[in-house]
Design a protein around this ligand. Structure first.
Ligand code: NAD
Length: 440
């Protein structure tokens, strides 16, 4: 089939490359000409494990090309996947659908051939219905075009495997033909047994925001338990392990720490509350505001504990920060808890020396005043305190005894509960963590 993928960021670039990899002819489209130039040469302009291989081979095969031209896209596609950003609006918790609307307004009048427009971006319930009316208004008379929604669940860091072998596919469709078209697009996945849920567009749109709301709730739940553990002397990691053995609860997403961030969870739960308010059911999901507040509190708690460990203030203190990205195995720093903490302690006068394996260029672009150090030991040189804020594997492999030789003090705050506390303490470090007791 001939597919276009409009919006070639963290989601779209992966989708385009993987669709070409399973045999489709794919045209990637973006308004960012630098990104399109890089992708067209087979170069991934961001960090995503495994993507370089898939992109390189599909561009080389000729099945994957890139353009900035919507005319070319309209001429080419049987199916147009819309993968543009839907960030939070600057002035409200609601989603900014400006990019989605711009794609529809640009594409629809150019359509001449029968096609299906399939949204993958995360959008408020009701968007497909609204866009369907818009497409009908704008597409040339007699053009056979429909809109469907097929939300995306990939995780950055695992995006390629999540696209090629998703846990499930959800198709919000308005006709049998749209259903058949999507089944054809995803035929190799369906043959491999991936569950395919065909439903109405509103349900499909809701599945995505409901899934993210549930995940955010699980994280904030265990972080709330961490706060209670701190007040009682309990250990949240043992609590999570014991809870996780209950198969009704499960262990995943019960890691207490600095909380969630990134370009999805925070803005998606806010957009959900805003949309629910519009629909008159705001009170049904008002608990999500508390989930968001618990999440924000972990950043403040981390700064408070760090300040305490630094001796009551950051002025004149050298603080090594390990981690800038919102999660490991990504260079994404959107709404990153690690970067929020680094910025807060810098504002309070700390001399911040920050290391991240992949996120330093992106972090420098938004926080140019921090000191970026491309080597862990150098970042920790002379440090009064080390903050472990993103759980990269590389940080778990640090030898605490060797690091102690370069820091001024042996003090570390593990805000991700990911380090081997006993190992660090046996090397003479004072290690504190969120929701775990510190031995005297
Ligand atoms: P992104 O910012 O990395 O990519 C968006 C791309 O769209 C950018 O390259 C941008 O230049 C392009 N764009 C913006 N306006 C455009 C236009 N008018 N025409 C063509 N291109 C345009 O964002 P992302 O992380 O890829 O997220 C995209 C959508 O996917 C969002 O709705 C997000 O919530 C959803 N999503 C993201 C992930 C993820 O892990 N990143 C997972 C699931 C769903």
């Amino acid at each position: 089939m001939r597919l276009t993928v409009i919006g070639t960021g963290y989601l779209g670039a992966v989708h385009a490359a993987c669709m070409a990899d399973i045999g489709h002819e794919v045209l990637g489209v973006d308004i960012d000409s630098a990104k399109i130039a890089a992708l067209g040469e087979g170069r991934v302009p961001f960090f995503e494990p495994g993507l370089q291989d898939v992109l390189g081979r599909t561009v080389a095969s000729g099945r994957l090309r890139f353009t900035t031209s919507l005319d070319e896209a309209a001429d080419f596609g049987d199916v147009h996947f819309v993968c543009v950003s839907t960030p939070q609006r600057p002035d409200s918790p609601a989603a900014d659908l400006g990019a989605v609307d711009a794609v529809i307004d640009g594409l629809a009048p150019r359509l001449r051939r029968r096609c299906l427009i399939v949204g993958k971006s995360t959008v408020p319930a009701g968007t497909t219905a609204r866009l369907t009316a818009r497409v009908q208004e704008l597409a040339p008379e007699g053009t056979d075009v429909e809109v469907a929604w097929n939300p995306e669940f990939l995780r950055e860091g695992f995006a390629v495997q999540d696209t090629l072998r998703p846990d499930r596919l959800v198709a919000g469709i308005q006709s049998r033909r749209a259903d058949e078209t999507l089944r054809e697009v995803y035929a190799p996945m369906l043959r491999a047994g991936v569950p395919y849920i065909s439903t109405d567009p509103a349900t499909a749109e809701l599945v995505k925001v409901a899934a993210n709301s549930f995940l955010a709730t699980k994280i904030s739940f265990i972080n709330a338990m961490a706060e209670v553990c701190d007040a009682t002397g309990g250990d949240v990691t043992t609590l999570a392990e014991a809870l996780g053995h209950d198969t009704r609860i499960g262990r995943r997403f019960l890691s207490a720490g600095l909380g969630f961030g990134g370009g999805c969870l925070p803005k998606d739960i806010r957009a959900f509350t805003a949309r629910a308010d519009e629909l008159g059911v705001g009170s049904a999901v008002s608990f999500l505001r508390e989930i968001d507040e618990i999440n924000a509190r972990q950043r403040r708690r981390t700064v408070d504990i760090a300040r305490d460990m630094a001796g009551g203030g950051f002025d004149g203190r050298r603080i090594a920060v390990l981690g800038a990205t919102f999660k490991p195995d990504s260079d994404d720093i959107r709404d990153s808890p690690a970067l929020a903490v680094a910025a807060a302690i810098h504002r309070e006068g700390a001399d911040v020396r920050l290391h991240d394996p992949e996120g330093m260029d992106n972090a420098r672009a938004v926080l140019p005043l921090l000191d970026y150090v491309p080597d862990v030991a150098k970042a920790c040189e002379g440090a009064d305190l080390v903050l472990h804020l993103t759980e990269w594997t590389e940080y778990r492999r640090i030898d605490p005894a060797a690091l102690a030789a370069v820091t001024r003090a042996r003090k570390i705050l593990d805000a991700r509960n990911a380090l081997d506390a006993a190992l660090w303490r046996s090397a003479g470090w004072t290690l504190r963590a969120l929701g775990r007791p510190t031995p005297p």
